[in-house]
Structure formats: structure tokens, C-alpha cells
Design a binder for this molecule. Structure first.
Ligand code: HEC
Ligand code: HEC
Ligand code: HEC
Ligand code: HEC
Ligand code: HEC
Length: 194
């Protein structure tokens, strides 16, 4: 076990970079706690949020191993919808790491048979709403946790915020545009609605 963890840490620290996409040198999402260890046994029945087809854990990857959000959500700075990582990006590590784990086994089978994983959607605003994700994290300089909560402590992702209109507007009225200091962020109906 100690040996397995040692190899895993090495992979996170170096090996993965030569195999997967390069890890952007952005500041960490949250205050880095070098001592955090994700719980080994979790009561899956009691977890908030939808059950996923594979029990992928942010508390292990982004928490304990401190992987950057952008390693997997690579388009978050460019796209209106950042999207989810491909299986290939997992396999840089999981060809070797966790082969005895039944959840990792499911991942490896999906990879071998070229079957996409049908992750269950957690966040979605209605079609009549415009939400430019990249504007918020780039110009707005907002940390992921402002809207998604402490993802790096979640064994299973759940909705931290309501995503309702009041939630959007309540933040907008307290913020200003980066390019136009002093001007509050929009409350115009047409800015957010088609
Ligand atoms: C090793 C890859 C990986 C890393 C690192 C990672 N994620 Fe994820 N993320 C995933 C996968 C896979 C899913 C889909 C399964 C799920 O919801 O757990 C996901 C789902 C999500 C979702 C929910 C998507 C939806 O359907 O609404 C959010 C929000 C999210 N991640 C934010 C983050 C944040 C914030 C960080 C950094 C603290 C992060 N992720 C780090 C792989 C990753
Ligand atoms: C940088 C390396 C790395 C990448 C990339 C990576 N993982 Fe992992 N993963 C790990 C490590 C390390 C563990 C912990 C293994 C252990 O404790 O034995 C782990 C554990 C897991 C587990 C088992 C969780 C448990 O209950 O113990 C699953 C399932 C998993 N990863 C899925 C994924 C998925 C899906 C992706 C891609 C979205 C992914 N991993 C990407 C390193 C990685
Ligand atoms: C201002 C609030 C806000 C911030 C900050 C934010 N998100 Fe989101 N995120 C949302 C909303 C709202 C959605 C649902 C978007 C939709 O329905 O199009 C979402 C959706 C997602 C999804 C689901 C995938 C998809 O394509 O819809 C992922 C993954 C995600 N966010 C990751 C991140 C990461 C990583 C960060 C930090 C780099 C981040 N978010 C910062 C509000 C935010
Ligand atoms: C935590 C704060 C926060 C939340 C929550 C938030 N926003 Fe924003 N939003 C901002 C900031 C800050 C900007 C301005 C970024 C900049 O400087 O360009 C912005 C910009 C925008 C813009 C671009 C406005 C323009 O003038 O072009 C739209 C559209 C938008 N947000 C929609 C939404 C929607 C829809 C929601 C809810 C689903 C939401 N926002 C939730 C902080 C937030
Ligand atoms: C900052 C973004 C934002 C602004 C500004 C905004 N809305 Fe919304 N609006 C939303 C979001 C997000 C929802 C909820 C969509 C959902 O449930 O997925 C919503 C929902 C609605 C709904 C559907 C009913 C409901 O309450 O869910 C109506 C009608 C509506 N808005 C009208 C307006 C009008 C009129 C204005 C201008 C006075 C306005 N909106 C300004 C983001 C915004």
C-alpha cells in the first residue's frame, strides 16, 4: 500500500505530464493543504449529488493529490461550457494506478471498448439563459469555489449554488467590470436572456 501510494504520488508529481496534456501553471484553486488525505471509506448512499456511472472522486484527485482543475477542465478559460475530460486523459495514470480498484476497472473497460462515459449532469442553466463561463473565470477572476463550492473536498459532486436568477444578480450588483472599474456588472434582462 505504501509502495502503491509512493508510485501514485510520483505520477502526480511528474510522470503524468509527459503522457497527458500539460498542466497549466495557474495558481491553485484553494488554499493548498499539503496534509489533506481523502477518506478511505465513504458511505456512498449518504452522499449529496447524483450518483455517477463511475465513482470518480474529486477529493482524491483535486484534494489529496492536488491536481489542478484545469488539468481536466482544460477549456474553462476559453469556452462558454468548459466540458468534461476525455477517458484518454485519465489513462495517462490509470494504465498503471489503481488497477485493483473495481471503479478504475470500469474506466479501463470503457477505454478498451472505446465507450464514452455518460456522466450525469450536475449544473445546467435553462436554454433561455446565457452564461459565458470563461468571462467569469478570466475577466471576473472568480475562483471555481465561489460558484461550485469546495469541489476538492467532495467525493461526489453536488450543486453548491441554486443557479437561479437571484443568485446571478445578487453577485453582479456587488461586482464591477474588470475593464471598466466603477461600473457594476449588468442587471439587464437582455445580457442574460436570449
Ligand atoms: C482528474 C480529472 C479532474 C480534475 C483534476 C478535476 N475534475 Fe472536475 N470533473 C471531472 C470528471 C470526470 C467529472 C464528471 C464526473 C463528476 O461529476 O464527478 C467532473 C465534474 C465536475 C463538475 C460538475 C460538472 C457538471 O456536470 O455540472 C464540476 C463543477 C467540476 N468538475 C469542477 C472541478 C473543480 C473546481 C476542480 C478543481 C478543484 C476539478 N473539477 C478538478 C474530472 C476532474
Ligand atoms: C495524475 C494521475 C491521475 C489522473 C490523470 C487520473 N487519476 Fe484517478 N486516481 C489517481 C490516483 C493516484 C488515485 C488513488 C489510487 C489509490 O489510492 O490507490 C486515483 C483513484 C481513482 C479512482 C478510485 C477511487 C477510489 O474509490 O479509491 C477512480 C475511479 C479514478 N481514479 C478515476 C479517474 C478518472 C475517471 C480520471 C479521468 C477523468 C482519473 N481518475 C484521472 C491518479 C489519477
Ligand atoms: C460565476 C460562477 C461560476 C464560476 C466562477 C465557475 N463556474 Fe463552472 N459553472 C457555473 C454554471 C452556472 C454552470 C452551468 C453552465 C451551463 O449550464 O451552461 C457551470 C458548469 C461547469 C461545468 C459543467 C460542464 C459544462 O460544460 O457545463 C464544469 C466542469 C465547471 N463548471 C467547472 C468549473 C471550473 C473548473 C471553474 C474554475 C476554474 C468554474 N467552473 C468556475 C458557474 C461557475
Ligand atoms: C460570484 C459572482 C457572479 C455570479 C454568481 C454570476 N456572475 Fe455573471 N459576471 C460576474 C462578473 C464579475 C462579470 C464581469 C466580468 C468582466 O469583468 O467582464 C460577469 C459577467 C457576466 C456576463 C457578461 C455581461 C456583459 O456585460 O457582457 C453575463 C451574460 C453573465 N455574467 C451572466 C451570468 C449568469 C446568467 C449568472 C447565473 C447563472 C451569473 N452571471 C452569475 C460575476 C458573477
Ligand atoms: C445576471 C443574469 C440575469 C439577469 C440580468 C436577468 N436574468 Fe432572468 N434568469 C436568469 C437565470 C439564471 C434564470 C433561471 C433559469 C433557470 O431556472 O435555469 C432566470 C429566469 C428568468 C425567468 C423564468 C422564471 C424564473 O424565475 O425562473 C424569467 C421570466 C426571467 N428570468 C426574466 C428576466 C427579466 C424580465 C429580467 C430583467 C429585469 C431578467 N430576467 C434579468 C438570469 C438573469
Amino acid at each position: 500500500m505504501v509502495l502503491a501510494l509512493g508510485a501514485a504520488t510520483l505520477l502526480v508529481a511528474g510522470g503524468a505530464r509527459s503522457q497527458g496534456p500539460s498542466i497549466p501553471q495557474t495558481p491553485p484553486d484553494t488554499v493548498v493543504d499539503l496534509t489533506y488525505e481523502a477518506p478511505v471509506d465513504v458511505d456512498t448512499a449518504g452522499l449529496p449529488g447524483p450518483k455517477q456511472p463511475i465513482f470518480y472522486r474529486h477529493d482524491i484527485h483535486a484534494g489529496q493529490y492536488r491536481m489542478q482543475c484545469r488539468y481536466c477542465h482544460a477549456y474553462v478559460d476559453q469556452s462558454a461550457s468548459p466540458g468534461l475530460p476525455s477517458i484518454a486523459s485519465c489513462m495517462g495514470c490509470h494504465l498503471i494506478v489503481g488497477t485493483g480498484n473495481p471503479e478504475v476497472q470500469k474506466l479501463r473497460e470503457a477505454f478498451a471498448s472505446n465507450t464514452p462515459i455518460e456522466w450525469v449532469e450536475v449544473h445546467r442553466v435553462s436554454q433561455f439563459v446565457k452564461f459565458p463561463h470563461m468571462r467569469h473565470v478570466v475577466n471576473g477572476e472568480l475562483d471555481c469555489k465561489e460558484c461550485h463550492g469546495q469541489i476538492n473536498r467532495m467525493p461526489q459532486v453536488y450543486r453548491h449554488a441554486s443557479l437561479k436568477m437571484g443568485w446571478c444578480v445578487d453577485c453582479h450588483v456587488t461586482k464591477e467590470y474588470k475593464d471598466e472599474p466603477g461600473r457594476p456588472v449588468t442587471s439587464d434582462c437582455s445580457a442574460c436572456h436570449y
